[in-house]
Design a binder for this molecule. Structure first.
Ligand code: AOY
Length: 486
């Protein structure tokens, strides 16, 4: 499955016969045409390029194999562009005469902007540009996971700002998603994308991808944690012993214990908060109680109320309740963008700081998303035919949302720092960087660099939002506080 000639859709094999006679250049671009979030965090192209395009050399063998497959599959080997591929083999030593430009990974770009462009560099290879669409468009997946994860970070930080310590955010969303994705490779790609914004993961293969492709020695961290089998194998009557054993086996540091095997409320009140209370309260480290069933917003608040009554609470400088540092809660069941917001909102309403909880997110982080979550599309916007460059675009009467851009494109920064997509002929420095040309990667990014770029965008965005809020609301807030206390 690594023959570049076959990493495409069947119909693309036949497209070389379909462009106008005299076509010399096909120029295409990639964008998000809108979607759930107004901006996307571009991530994952470097993995794609290194894995599938870097150093790729077309050989006689890959050509012969592709022709054999096409003949059996499409029923006619004349549909296959043997001449075109053998031209690349002969004239280019098998290297792909293609140039790819992209916004630097970690950039946060409003939807409807160009994120990547691709064009052939040899006029005889006009048919190669869109042959590669299938592969390149798969960058939708890491970009969508990274976008969701960043928005989770933004949302959690908003609650931490109001009720606790925003400095804790890096470990507030843990990746539980490995088992919920369709393949090991998807887990690695999605797991890596989550780690652009966070540092907590149980998806080990995401770390391996970041080590191999993004120069990250160790991008994420985890802690010892129980699963139901390690608790229920002690028998129903043995749950307290199972939990006590966790404290014995992991005497220091953080340890997480799933506690809903029989009755989460009794486990909190009678085991953690009574039988094991002294051991927990005197422990050098944090016991993280994990509910794993029920309505998250109700269960988490109730669990905190029970633990608070047993272990006591303090009030932080923002006026919200915090458990002693030896005990915390992680909610990892039924968590998505909306349910996490409901949990944190319920906590705030009940007077609890968001510091008390972390989230685990599995299927919703790595699998409950698709190419249309951010409506990603790859379209041709310019061709050159017989030396004449022409704009091309689609404009379907049945859906204006599917209109595509025309011409050769450039991503520029406006004076206020925001992105804008303009014609190549406009003024302004292009933010797209040539990352691939003729089999070589021209620009590499480290995870560190990608993280700091993404964090820079996020903190700028949060500053702007805070400014906006302070302009809109302040006198009212002060007034209502005064009347409250009068
Ligand atoms: N992990 C924090 C460390 C990880 C997990 C992984 C599916 C952890 C649980 C925990 O605390 O409870 C995959 C479900 C849970």
């Amino acid at each position: 499955m690594d023959n570049i000639l076959l990493l495409t859709d069947s119909y693309k094999v036949t497209h070389w016969r379909q462009y106008p006679p005299g076509t010399e250049k096909v120029y295409s671009y990639f964008e998000s045409r809108g979607g759930k979030y107004p901006e996307v965090l571009f991530f994952g192209l470097q993995y794609m390029l290194k894995k599938h395009l870097e150093g790729v050399v077309v050989t006689q063998e890959t050509i012969d194999t592709a022709e054999m497959i096409v003949e059996k599959h499409l029923g006619n080997k004349s549909l296959f562009n043997r001449e075109g591929w053998e031209y690349i083999l002969r004239e280019h030593g098998g290297r792909l005469p293609i140039s790819i430009k992209a916004v630097p990974e970690g950039s946060v770009v409003p939807t409807h902007n160009v994120l990547m462009t691709i064009e052939n560099t040899d006029p005889k290879c006009f048919w190669l540009t869109n042959y590669l669409e299938t592969l390149l468009v798969q960058v939708w997946y890491p970009t969508t996971v990274a976008t969701l994860s960043m928005n989770m970070k933004r949302q959690i930080m908003d609650y931490l700002d109001r009720t606790g310590d925003p400095g804790l955010v890096d470990f507030k969303l843990h990746d539980f998603g490995f088992r919920g994705v369709s393949s090991v490779e998807s887990a690695a790609i999605g797991g890596a994308a989550h780690l652009v914004s966070f540092m907590g993961t149980d998806t080990i293969v995401g770390l391996l991808l970041l080590r191999q492709y993004y120069g990250a020695d160790m991008a994420g961290f985890s802690i010892p944690a129980a699963e139901h089998s390690t608790i229920t194998s002690w028998g129903r009557q043995g749950e307290a012993l199972a939990m006590e054993n966790m404290l014995k086996q992991f005497p220091k540091g953080a340890v997480a214990v799933v506690s809903d095997s029989y009755d989460i409320f009794k486990a909190c009140g009678e085991i953690w908060g009574d039988k094991l209370k002294e051991k927990v309260a005197g422990r050098d480290g944090t016991v993280v109680v994990r509910p794993d069933s029920g309505n998250p917003e109700k269960v988490v608040v109730e669990v905190l109320n029970i633990l608070g009554a047993k272990f006591g609470t303090s009030r932080n400088d923002k006026g919200y309740l915090v458990l002693p540092s030896q005990i915390r809660v992680i909610q990892g069941d039924g968590v998505d963008y909306e349910s996490a917001e409901r949990v944190m909102s319920a906590l705030e309403a009940a007077g609890w700081s968001a510091d008390n909880v972390a989230f685990g997110m599995g299927g919703a982080l790595l699998q409950k998303l698709h190419r249309d979550t951010q409506k990603f599309a790859f379209k041709c916007s310019s061709v050159t035919v017989d030396g004449q460059e022409r704009d091309v675009f689609k404009q379907p009467v049945t859906d204006p949302g599917k209109n595509s851009k025309a011409g050769r494109l450039k991503l520029v920064l406006r004076t206020d720092g925001s992105f804008e997509t303009v014609s190549m002929s406009h003024d302004g420095a292009d933010q797209l960087v040539e990352v691939f040309r003729y089999g070589k990667i021209l620009q590499e990014y480290s995870l560190d660099e990608i993280r700091s770029r993404a964090n820079g965008f996020l903190s700028e965005r949060r500053k702007a939002e805070a400014l906006l809020r302070s302009r809109q609301a302040p006198p009212e807030r002060v007034l209502s506080r005064q009347t409250e206390h009068a």
